[in-house]
Design a protein around this ligand. Structure first.
Ligand code: ATP
Ligand code: MG
Length: 243
């Protein structure tokens, strides 16, 4: 569903941020990008979400080019990142209606989706409050609900549980597992090992813009010859990071 082939990205002439990354994510699969700050996770996800073009290489989603077929791809992806902020003066109700209109979602369908996702995430009591009066967790849940308003087959979530308490985090991870079971192709980045271990069918460890290792949690542990996943990550990082 998502194909990334030998992607490079340079923000400046003398520095390459992504140095030839390839991977594939299939329907019903959760693919994790794990890597330290500055490894290039957000850069990679922004390119997959068509917000930025690779310097070279190719990204396709369901056979569509992420550099050319932007409108078709927008209907197929749900993108979440910390860099995009909700309008502080809007209410969850207004935002939901606004994005539903962008995606031409019919009125009755919108009502059902709103009811379902407001109930799931406990948004209903806050539906008429301004975004700037809401907690971090509530804002994140609203961002997630909005990013999936058009029921996209492909989900691209950049650190979806960042800053969330364990209860809210569990609501999000349970939801992602449900979406996986329904056949969505999901790519997520995270710094949280337990999230990666619990959710991901396959993990790519990104170090300095390259995939240093890739596989299931068990495969990565055995590749690294480590006792657990966290230790495997450190070993892989140390043997691939260049000062
Ligand atoms: N717009 C930009 N212009 C120039 N350099 C950038 C830009 N955005 C990111 N970078 C650089 O690219 C590198 C990768 O950044 P990126 O945000 O993709 O990393 P990340 O893995 O998402 O990190 P984090 O875990 O902190 O979110 C960093 O060195 C960063 O400084
Ligand atoms: Mg990032």
């Amino acid at each position: 569903m998502i194909k990334v082939v030998d992607v490079h990205k340079s923000y400046t002439k003398d520095n390459e941020t992504i140095k030839g990354v390839s991977f594939e994510v299939k329907e019903g699969q959760i693919f994790g990008l794990l890597g330290p700050n500055g490894a290039g996770k957000t850069t990679l996800m922004q390119m997959i979400a068509t917000l930025m073009k690779p310097t070279s290489g190719e990204i396709t989603i369901d056979g569509l080019s992420a550099s050319k077929d932007l409108l078709e791809i927008h209907r197929k992806i749900g993108f979440l990142t910390n860099e995009i902020k909700l309008d502080p003066m809007s209410t969850p109700n207004d935002l939901f209606d606004f994005f539903a209109a962008l995606y031409d979602i019919p009125e009755d369908e919108l009502r059902d989706r709103k009811d379902e996702s407001f109930a799931r995430f406990g948004i209903s009591p806050f539906a008429e409050k301004r975004i700037n009066e809401l907690s971090t967790g509530m804002k994140q849940k609203i961002s997630i609900a909005i990013s999936l308003i058009h029921n996209p087959p492909v989900i691209i979530f950049d650190e979806p549980t960042n800053g969330l308490d364990i209860l809210t985090s569990k609501q999000v991870t349970d939801y992602l597992l449900e979406l996986k079971a329904k056949g969505h192709a999901i790519i997520l980045s995270t710094h949280i090992f337990s999230v990666a271990e619990e959710l991901c069918d396959e993990i790519a460890i990104l170090v300095d813009g390259r995939i240093a290792a890739q596989g299931t949690v068990d495969e990565l542990i055995s590749q690294a010859g480590a006792e657990n996943f966290e230790k495997a990550f450190f070993k892989i990082y140390v043997s691939n990071h260049v000062e």
